[in-house]
Unconditional design. Structure first.
Length: 193
């Protein structure tokens, strides 16, 4: 049986978040870096077309919510992250969560101490229609999202949180404590961002 892993570089570093989606307790298999790639806030969710809509504290609804993305880069920063082991069925379930991303194999790009033992390792990168190298007008980042990510990296250790901060582009838009006002979210998908 093939062993498959996923390199989480954002909210999937949170074992609580990953476990919620997969439906079982998930453990971190290893900490790694993704060589030849960079991490930035370039994933855009168009709220008018998505399964969830958030509003600012004043009730206004931004057009877009931004999320983290990794992509190959000529100026790579080798973002850090965590490996989790998933079955083929669990990978398909994760694909439903990561609907704005395309799953790609990155086995050869990973750098970690020791052997990982996986036959294939995947990560998620923005689909072209959701990739925004420049933030779209009227975009926000829902505050609970970066807070969850930073807490997850802090659980890996202070050096991993510092490395996350060093290898992540600054948030280019307003960060706000938004409220979920429309929910057509599949079971197991996060509702906090």
């Amino acid at each position: 049986m093939r062993r498959a892993g996923v390199f989480g570089y954002g909210s999937l570093v949170s074992v609580a978040s990953a476990s919620q989606t997969i439906g079982r307790p998930v453990e971190i298999a290893a900490v790694a870096r993704l060589e030849g790639w960079t991490r930035a806030w370039t994933l855009g969710r168009n709220q008018a077309r998505s399964e969830k809509t958030f509003a600012r504290p004043d009730g206004s609804r931004p057009r877009f919510c931004l999320g983290l993305n990794v992509e190959p880069s000529e100026r790579p920063t080798a973002p850090n992250g965590a490996l989790i082991e998933l079955s083929e069925v669990e990978l398909e379930r994760l694909d439903l969560r990561e609907i704005r991303y395309h799953r790609v194999e990155v086995t050869e790009a990973l750098e970690l101490d020791g052997e990982h033992g996986f036959d294939a390792i995947y990560t998620y990168t923005a689909r072209p229609e959701h990739h925004h190298p420049e933030p779209p007008e009227d975009a926000i980042v829902v505050a609970s999202y970066p807070a969850t990510i930073e807490a997850a990296f802090a659980q890996l250790g202070p050096e991993q949180l510092e490395l996350y901060r060093r290898t992540t582009a600054p948030i280019p838009v307003e960060v706000t404590a938004a409220t979920l006002v429309r929910d057509r979210i599949p079971a197991g998908n996060p509702r906090d961002w």
